[in-house]
Design a protein around this ligand. Structure first.
Ligand SMILES: [Zn+2]
Length: 427
């Protein structure tokens, strides 16, 4: 994909161990696996149809209820018993294996970045389907249903259990609230797969963390001429931004900052009583994220002190509010879940690929030490997070086949392969 001169990620092909390779050789030679792969290919149009239905039910972050209810019905209709909607709004149900194998949660996210009132009606132009959210994550949600149909169709018996489901609040200020709640309630989960827009080769295994702050300066405010000599909220914000702008951060692990928004003031001839800025801090390392955060917050406070000192007053105050907290995390590139994702991609004739760190639901389990990856849902797509978002289903089934093989390798096919995923604890 993109050209990288420096990279922390090793060559993907060399990571697959003989044990994992052997598992995938066996799976590929298994009759019911071959049948299932064929079934998935023939099911491509059904998956697109599901994707359209799901996309047309609006689901802004924090307003996922209607789509969640619909999804619950779909999971139930596909044979899952006791489909739950937890207190946060996550929807999921378990497909039991035959034994005491590991449990893996396979999930996509219900919410979209689009505000209430955005039309999500799908328009077909040529081979492309256009609608906000159709790829992110309408595709992932449809792929979950396709996987379930595939497991059912060939009556696949697994060693371990698979939880199929969907989370709330993955996007923006949703702040991964669904994934956080799920893993608080299921700390012994053995593995996690999130499905997001991407190629069938996509394997994301590193988590970019972010902390977001809303900082508000408040002062007395007054007439620009008549009250001259009092601290200004706008001047304080600008002092802070000037200091933040000069911060140095490491290139590796990648660590970034930006003041993304500034608002404030009343009129050109008013000393501003209030001004606010939104700060986004990110890193692939939790340690670097904390270091950066301390530096930024120190400057935010310093700016208030300087503005007060400038006018020998103490009337300006600063409020700091944490509005986003996504944990960062890393895991070795050769953990079994990553190997399974690479081997299944190779089994289908692709050159396996490791992607750079991103921010997805997988951040939560990775930060907790639970093996987790984010895989691509397939198809051609573009314009994600814009009103011109589209999806093109040609050949999209390849990614479903790949995720099917990944899941199957991890939980084990009864009478054929041992689970690749370790079973950590009794649930
Ligand atoms: Zn997404």
């Amino acid at each position: 994909m993109d050209e990288r001169e420096h990279t922390d990620t090793p060559n993907a092909q060399h990571i697959i161990s003989p044990r994992v390779k052997e598992t995938y050789d066996r799976l590929l030679n298994n009759f019911s696996v071959q049948e299932t792969l064929e079934f998935i290919r023939g099911d491509n149009a059904n998956t697109t149809e599901d994707q359209i239905k799901i996309t047309e039910i609006p689901a802004p972050s924090f307003m996922e209820q209607q789509r969640g209810q619909y999804y619950k019905g779909r999971l139930r209709d596909l044979g899952l018993r006791e489909v739950q909607i937890d207190a946060e709004g996550n929807v999921f149900a378990i497909r039991k294996g035959i034994g005491r194998g590991p449990t893996v949660f396979v999930s996509a996210h219900l919410d979209t970045v689009f505000p209430e009132g955005t039309s999500t009606t799908v328009n077909k132009i040529g081979e492309r389907f256009y609608a906000p959210g159709i790829s992110d994550d309408g595709r992932g949600l449809a792929v979950i249903l396709a996987l379930l149909r595939a497991f059912n169709e060939a009556k696949i018996e697994t060693e371990g259990d698979i939880i199929f489901g969907a989370t709330v609040g993955e996007e923006g200020l949703g702040d991964l609230r669904g994934a956080k709640a799920f893993f608080r309630a299921h700390p012994n989960m053995d593995g996690f797969i999130s499905i997001e827009p991407g190629e069938p080769t996509r394997t994301t295994y590193l988590a970019t963390g972010s902390h977001r702050y809303k900082v508000t300066y408040k002062g007395p405010g007054g007439h620009s001429f008549g009250e001259f000599g009092i601290p200004s909220a706008i001047h304080a914000v600008c002092r802070a931004v000037a200091m933040i702008a000069d911060l140095e951060v490491p290139e590796y692990p990648k660590t970034t900052f930006t003041v993304g928004e500034i608002k404030g003031g009343t009129s050109v001839n008013t000393i501003a009583a209030e001004a606010t800025m939104m700060i986004d801090l990110r890193s692939n390392s939790e340690v670097e994220l904390r270091v950066l955060e301390q530096q930024v917050l120190a400057r935010v406070e310093q700016a208030a002190r300087q503005e007060n000192a400038r006018w020998k007053k103490n009337s300006l105050q600063v409020q700091i509010e944490l509005v986003g907290n996504r944990p960062a995390g890393t895991q070795p590139a050769d953990v079994r879940i990553v190997q399974a994702a690479l081997a299944s991609s190779q089994a289908l004739g692709y050159v396996p690929e490791l992607n750079e760190a991103q921010s997805t639901d997988s951040n939560v389990p990775i930060s907790l030490g639970i093996p987790a990856i984010t895989l691509g849902g397939g198809g051609a797509f573009g314009g994600t997070h814009t009103l011109d978002e589209f999806f093109e289903p040609t050949g999209a089934y390849c990614a479903v086949q790949r995720i099917f093989l990944t899941v199957l390798g991890l939980v084990g096919l009864h009478n054929a392969t041992e689970p690749l995923l370790a079973h950590h604890a009794e649930m």
